[in-house]
Each structure stands twice: as C-alpha cells, then as structure tokens.
Design a protein around this ligand. Structure first.
Ligand code: 16G
Ligand code: ZN
Length: 522
C-alpha cells in the first residue's frame, strides 16, 4: 500500500493506550474522550478503506456520545446509503482499534485489504461531523490526520446532528441517480423537511405550542434553524436547553427539573445528538404522563393504517420493537390495530434491519430512537398509483408527504417531532387524545453492577437468559406470581453492568418484581 509509510508515521502522534481493549458496540466506540484519540485515528483509516471497498462512495463518520455525560465522546461510521456500518466491518474496525503496535496496525490494514479484496487504486471519500461536546474539535483534527495520511478526500461538516450526517451521506451518494435523496447540504435537509411538513399541514390551523428541550446538545441550534424554514405560521415551537434530555425524562418518568408543566400542554425532550425524542405532558389532574417511543410507534401505526386504507392501496405495514416495549403497546398494535409486530435485540441497527422487511416498517425503541421506512416497492406504488376519488388522492398525497418528511436513513428527533406534530394537527388532537390509545403497564428499570457482565447471555431478542444457568427459571417462577408480569435481564451494550426490566399490572407489583429480580442477579 503506497501510503503505509504516512499512515504509520502519523500514527505515532496518536498512540494507543497500552493494554486498552476497545469494541465497536451498538453505537460505535464510546468512552471518556481522553482515551479516544487512537481509536478516532484508526476509525478514520477504516472509513477510508470502507469507501475504497465500495468504489469510492462517500462514507460518514460521526463524533458523538449521544446522551452520555459531557466528558465522554464516541465515534461511529455511516455506510453510503446512510445506514449504520455493515456488521461484518465492525470486526475490521475493532481489530484496527486494538492493534497494539504500529507494526500490528500495518499488518491489520494489509489483512483487511486482502480479506475484503480491496483494490487500492482509486479514490476514497469520507465526510465527518460532530456534536457540540468540547472534545469534538480535537478529535475531528485527529480524524483528519488519518484521512490525510491514507490519502482520502474528506470534508469536515462541523457541528451536525447525527441524523443530519446520515442524511448528507445518502444525499451525496444519490446525486444524479434516479432517486436523489435531497440536496446534499444542511439547508437541503431543512428544505426537504419543511416543504414536506407544510404540504402535509395543508391549510390546517396551527396547533397549540410545543415546548422542546434540546438537552443542551446540538439539537438546540439545529431546531432553531429548522424553525426558520418552517415559518411561524406552521408550528409554534418554543426551544429550551435543559441539561437532562430524553434519557432523564424516560428513566425517572418526570419532567426535566426547572420545567413546569401546564395541563395538556405538549412537551418533548431530545438527546445530545438529536436522534432520539420523547413527548410528555401533565394530565388534567396535573399528573405526569409520558409519551415515549412506544406511544409514537402506536400513533404512527394508527395513522399509516388509516392512510393506506383510504388510499386504496395494498401495502404491508409492520412494527418493530424491543423487549423494552411496554406490554400494552404491543397489545394495542397486535390486538386493536391487528398489525404484525417483530421483537428484536436492543440497538437501532437491529430495528432498522427488521423494519426493512415491511412495505411500511415502523420502528421505535421505547427510549425514543426510531423512524418509519418505506420500501422501494412502496415508494414506487405511491409514485404511480392513480387515485379514483378525492379521498384517495388526499391520502396518497399525505403518504408521499410523509415519505419525504421522515428521515429514511436513521431515527431523527427533528423529523420525528414533525411527524408527531403533523399527525396531531391532522387529527386535531392534543396529547391526551393521543395518549388514550392504551394505558402503559407500570414498569421499572434497574441497573446492577456485576462481577462480569459477559456471563449474562440472552436469547429470544434478549427476552430470555441462557446463562447464568438456572437464573431464567428463577425469573420465570417469580414472574408467574404477578398479574400481567413480565421481566428480563440483559447486559448493557454501553455500560459495564446489567439492566433489569420489570412490568406488572400495578405500580407496587412492578416495583416488587423488579426488586426481587435485582436480588437474584449477582
Ligand atoms: C445505544 C443504541 C440505542 C440503545 C442503547 C441501549 C444506537 C444508535 N444506540 O445507545 O439504540 O437503546 O444503546 O443501551 O443504536 P444499553 O445497551 O446500555 O442498554
Ligand atoms: Zn443519540
């Protein structure tokens, strides 16, 4: 490889911390920012190799640690169609990150080139962006160092939300094709979303105000920008920056401190890189009510089902959830709406993949990561189908609008916000009408530090443990004692601990079940 000398000499400036082991987890590499330098350098090399493997198509790199504390950071790769890095490449990236010496690094690079049969003749194109974490700037420099050393053409897109970077990658790779995704710029992204949103709203009057807490992250400035494109007459948005965000609200089931809820007023919280959103409000009686990812999935499923019926077309709608989905949300989808539901392991890539099996695949994690995917068949049908009545025409137009409004590359808090707002406006609903579809079963989430989390091995989309031996039987015995009881234990993919989820008919039963399982886990 002709640039190997440059790669190794630049690598001297980014030495690997001795003995450290890194792994490309559900959300790429994520850790304290101080330890990331060598990882970022090697991810840069991986991105360039991946681009070369795919004939020079543009690959994306995002520097973010999502909702983790400010001193953390992370890095992940985006494939040319805007999705997550293909699974088989996670191993290659991990092996580069863990090469102990520069000789080993060189060997690993040469191995990847050989094993994946990369023809090194030709260009490599990589774009990158970061969230607003202070450590991002220096890490972006390190990334550039790697891309220069290997000889890739690269563009620094500065501060972006994670989904914006996914959008840019797909848009860049589809310029001049039969299905261009959109103008490959940040303003192209805002234009695409705002035009679709305005079309969907038609002449509907503007709904009441929605308050959006952007978790002190990159969502704040970007939502402010989007607001300019939407125009005041479309959506009354009040943007706030609390330090907590979606994760806090979902975990503690209360509003961010400092946020006062007025009954029936809509609120939403994003996370640090704006790929996750949840809603909440106070009921008439002042009680706190969460409208999480499951509730968004339910709302979208109901709406899409109606539209597809009204449009008179045959498209298969399906929903993808994880074990964290509230039992009553699954009941609502399967029993009330009678739609198929698939359960997969935690992590956006698993949901995304499973959702691609439907014509309209709706996927949401309870924590608010999610989107709606339209298959190529669905898009073609929407394009060509001739309406035979004004009602059909209007439903078809709405479906077309939604396919442009919804980010097809990955879950996107800004796009999901507009999706929810468009549905509520179309129905003339407030949060309580939305919430009335079903009542969540009370649930509790615990975490426990254990000696070795790798001893916890699951099956059945993480709903059952196969190891430690005998533990699942004990959990089953306990669960059977509670009405509507359900529980599972899984090793976290982002922290060194295990998570315990329990739900049951009443709050006290859910708490009790969770605590008893906590006591079983060690
Ligand atoms: C990551 C995943 C998220 C998942 C979470 C679970 C992506 C982009 N993010 O943040 O989807 O819900 O991990 O964390 O895939 P845990 O394994 O620590 O419970
Ligand atoms: Zn995130």
């Amino acid at each position: 490889m002709k640039n190997i000398g440059n790669i190794i000499s630049a690598s001297l400036r980014h030495p690997k911390p001795e003995g450290a082991t890194f792994s490309y987890g559900t959300a790429g590499f994520r850790m304290q920012a101080d330890f990331l330098d060598s990882v970022v350098y090697r991810v840069g090399l991986s991105a360039a190799l991946r681009s070369r493997k795919l004939n020079g198509q543009t690959v994306g790199v995002m520097i973010t640690a999502s909702h983790n504390p400010a001193p953390d950071n992370g890095i992940k790769l985006v494939d040319p169609q805007g999705g997550m890095l293909e699974k088989s490449w996670e191993t290659y990236v991990t092996s580069l990150a863990n090469a102990e010496t520069d000789e080993e690094l060189q060997k690993e690079i040469e191995k990847i080139v050989k094993v994946t049969k990369i023809d090194m003749q030709g260009g490599m194109n990589v774009i990158y962006a970061r969230d607003t974490r202070p450590s991002g700037e220096v890490l972006a420099q390190t990334l550039k160092d790697a891309l220069d050393a290997i000889g890739a053409t690269s563009t620094d897109h500065g501060v972006k939300t994670t989904p914006q970077l996914h959008y840019l990658v797909r848009a860049l790779n589809t310029v001049g094709t039969v299905s261009p995704y959109g103008e490959p710029t940040e303003s192209g992204y805002y234009q695409k979303l705002s035009i679709a949103f305005r079309k969907l709203l038609k002449e509907k009057p503007r709904g009441s105000t929605v308050y959006v807490d952007c978790a002190n992250g990159v969502g704040g400035p970007k939502l402010r920008e989007l607001k300019k494109y939407l125009g005041e007459e479309c959506l009354d948005l009040v943007i706030t920056q609390d330090d907590c965000g979606a994760d806090f609200v979902k975990t503690f089931q209360k509003p961010p401190p400092g946020t006062k809820l007025t009954p029936l007023q809509r609120h939403a919280s994003l996370d640090g890189d704006a790929d996750r959103i949840i809603y909440y409000y106070a009921g008439q009686d002042g009680s706190f009510r969460l409208l999480d990812g499951d509730k968004i999935a339910g709302l979208a499923a109901m709406f899409f089902q109606d539209l597809v019926k009204s449009a008179g077309i045959d498209l298969k709608i399906g929903i993808v959830q994880t074990a964290y989905a509230n039992g009553n949300s699954t009941n609502y989808l399967t029993k009330t709406l009678k739609l198929p539901v698939t359960c997969v392991a935690t992590g956006v890539k698993h949901l995304h993949h499973a959702a691609q099996r439907y014509d309209i695949g709706i996927y949401f994690e309870a924590n608010g990561h999610g989107t709606v995917l339209f298959s190529p068949t669905a898009l073609a049908l929407l394009e060509t189908h001739e309406a035979s009545s004004p009602a059909q025409h209007s439903a078809l137009e709405s479906l077309r609008g939604l396919s442009n409004l919804i980010n097809q590359t990955v879950g996107d808090a800004l796009s999901d916000l507009l999706l929810v707002e468009a549905i509520l406006a179309s129905k003339g609903w407030g949060p309580s009408e939305w919430d009335s579809a079903y009542t969540d079963l009370p649930n509790r989430l615990f975490k426990k530090v254990v000696k070795d989390q790798s001893l916890f091995v699951t099956t059945d989309a993480e709903r059952k443990l196969v190891k430690p031996e005998g533990l699942q039987e004990k959990i089953d015995e306990l669960v059977a004692k509670y009405s509507d009881g359900r529980a599972f234990v899984r090793a976290s993919g982002t922290e060194d601990l295990v998570r315990i989820y329990a739900e049951a008919k009443t709050r006290s039963e859910a708490d009790d079940l969770g605590m008893r399982i906590m006591a079983l886990v060690s």
